[in-house]
Design a protein around this ligand. Structure first.
Ligand SMILES: [Zn+2]
Length: 254
């Protein structure tokens, strides 16, 4: 099933973030700073829809930001660089698997899009080098496949301890922080959450809301730290063992 989301969102005066649906359920994010004219694309798995959307808006992509090496997040790197001259920033810790990486990033590094500055956090678990871009002053975070609305990424490379730490670190951001994750997985996540925590009213309410949104073809992303603290089952784990059990149960949930 493809995605049909509302395009374009003025997050605050001068800053726009646009969701570009790709593949079955990915969101590729365009971030445009009106004052400087800078446009960054986060995790461009597919170059064609990214270039088409940027052209349609008259935006020139100047920066490519990757959260991790998976091809549905980096597959468009080289074609977009070729078409626009954009430079590529991404995790230093992915053992050379990010195509065309110009600027390897590690914990504590900073990157700007116009006047907006992001801190780089290492949030291993889904992959070993996974990073997130935390625009603190804007209350925005691009979290890739680490934290999803009501869910989290699968543990392909990291340990439960690492993912548990990464998720709780993101959840400790200010509650109004908007979390831009890379997939529309919310309905499946919400069903699992309701199954795992059947007496949790906040989860039941959100499941109902998500069912309505999705049946109307609407996006459920971004989410917020406040919503995730209330309804993300993986943030309800008291420790990494409980987290590991939940993650395993989700992997097996149909
Ligand atoms: Zn991934």
């Amino acid at each position: 099933m493809g995605l049909d989301v509302e395009y374009g969102e003025l997050v605050m005066p001068g800053l726009e973030i646009v969701a570009i649906p790709a593949f079955a359920d990915n969101y590729l994010w365009l971030m445009h700073d009106q004052a400087s004219g800078e446009t960054a694309v986060v995790d461009p798995g597919d170059p064609a829809p990214v270039l088409a959307e940027a052209n349609r808006r008259g935006w020139r992509i100047t920066k490519i930001l990757n959260t991790h090496w998976h091809p549905d997040h980096t597959g468009g790197n080289l074609a977009i660089k070729e078409a626009t001259g954009a430079q590529i920033w991404g995790p230093a810790g992915e053992n050379g698997r990010v195509p065309g990486l110009d600027h390897p990033l590690a914990e504590g590094d900073r990157i700007r899009v116009g006047d907006h500055e992001a801190e780089v956090w290492e949030v291993p678990g889904h992959t070993i080098g996974h990073i997130a871009y935390i625009f603190r002053e804007d209350d925005i975070a691009f979290v890739g496949d680490t934290l999803f609305a009501m869910g989290c990424g699968r543990l392909f490379e990291g340990s439960p301890e690492q993912m548990f730490t990464s998720l709780n670190r993101l959840a400790a951001l200010p509650e109004e922080t908007r979390l831009y994750c890379a997939h529309e997985y919310t309905l499946g996540n919400a069903r699992f959450a309701a199954h795992a925590f059947p007496s949790n009213q906040a989860i039941a309410n959100r499941l109902q809301h998500v069912e309505l949104r999705r049946s109307g073809g609407h996006s459920t992303v971004p989410t917020t730290v406040a919503l995730e603290r209330d309804t993300n089952p993986f943030l309800m784990a008291a420790n990494s063992d409980e987290f590991a059990q939940l993650r395993l149960a989700k992997d097996q949930f149909r």
